[in-house]
Design a protein around this ligand. Structure first.
Ligand code: AVJ
Length: 320
């Protein structure tokens, strides 16, 4: 039977359904309809994202892993042992679990908005690593970084891999990094993965793959919206768009209406003309100096960085 003293699950993200519906309605009624990328991650969305990570075109997961493989000992030396490892957007927890043998964290704190998915992952993980205390937290850390008291204060290492920081505009990323910096105590640090600017064709393919997995991931948002706001989106009426916007240095994902149509929900509706879009995600790409400046501006000391030979992805370890 599970040893509860060494493993607990704290759910902070109490879904405030009315607040979620209000946010979604506002996004839907905006001149340019939009939704936050966090709504891409219902249970199926989390699984589709896992599938994206296996795609030949989607290089970030593979290259980040290669950087960790190549520089594992350097990175582990920089981070040190016995950390309180706080995994932001942990998902299936696989990336952190890969580091456990070397980092030997005292406490592992996976944080994710997709609570049920996270619960299953933590359950599986604590069988494999019974010596590590696991404190899973279901919360939306984009709104607060305040962690429950069960999270050790000593030697916090915030782990934010996969270039998830790219979902925030540089300005909002600065706010988030500042909050992480504020949640750091002495001897705390940030280990973060960042996707870098590269050839547009490579970026376009990574977000519009031949198999259409990214398209399914994006379209699944409509299924999730039907559940969350009681809307009547018909997936077949929409097509996926994913491309690199060079001027903004970001990937944009949109859902585009295939014909003139109307979407209804209990207290409203929105008409879309053929070709009109819902903006569903941004994924910002940085230059190495650009991201290091952002880190330093938010109060982190100069980071140690590791990258692949093509300079496609970067891992940074920055002390608070
Ligand atoms: C999870 C935000 C890092 O932007 O690359 C992948 C999400 N969207 N394919 C990314 C995503 C479409 C991913 N992040």
């Amino acid at each position: 039977s599970p040893d509860l003293s060494h493993s607990d699950f704290i759910q902070l993200y109490r879904r405030d359904d009315e607040a979620i519906r209000a946010e979604l309605r506002a996004g839907m009624m905006a001149d340019r309809a939009m939704t936050s990328p966090k709504f891409l991650y219902d249970a199926l969305g989390s699984k589709l994202f896992e599938a994206i990570c296996e795609l030949p075109e989607y290089y970030p997961t593979r290259i980040e892993r290669a950087i960790f493989d190549t520089y594992l000992y350097d990175i582990a030396r920089s981070v040190g042992r016995g950390a309180t490892l706080i995994d932001l957007g942990a998902g299936n927890c696989a990336k952190a679990a890969y580091l456990f043998p070397l980092l030997q964290p005292l406490q592992y704190v996976p944080v994710d908005i997709s609570v049920d998915f996270l619960k299953d992952a933590v359950e599986a993980l604590r069988q494999r690593f019974p010596q590590i205390r696991m404190t899973g937290i279901g919360m939306d850390f984009s709104s607060t970084m305040e962690l429950p008291s069960a999270v050790r204060r000593e030697k916090r290492v915030f782990f934010y891999p996969g270039s998830s920081i790219g979902n925030f505009s540089p300005e909002d990323a600065g706010v988030l990094l500042g909050r992480i910096r504020d949640a750091c105590q002495t001897d705390s640090s940030l280990l973060i993965g960042v996707d870098l600017v590269k050839d547009k064709a490579v970026l376009d393919a990574a977000y519009d793959d031949a198999l259409g997995v990214t398209a399914s991931f994006n379209l699944n948002l409509l299924v999730h919206l039907n559940t969350l706001m009681g809307a009547d989106f018909n997936v077949r009426d929409w097509r996926h768009r994913g491309f690199f916007n060079e001027a903004e240095s970001r990937i944009e994902m949109h859902l585009e209406a295939r014909r003139d149509l109307t979407v209804h929900w209990p207290d409203g509706l929105r008409r879309f003309v053929e070709g009109e879009r819902i903006h569903t995600e941004n994924s910002y790409k940085y230059t190495q100096p650009g991201f290091q400046q952002l880190l330093e501006r938010t109060g982190f000391s100069a980071a140690q960085t590791w990258t692949d030979e093509r300079g496609w992805f970067m891992v940074c370890h920055a002390r608070a």
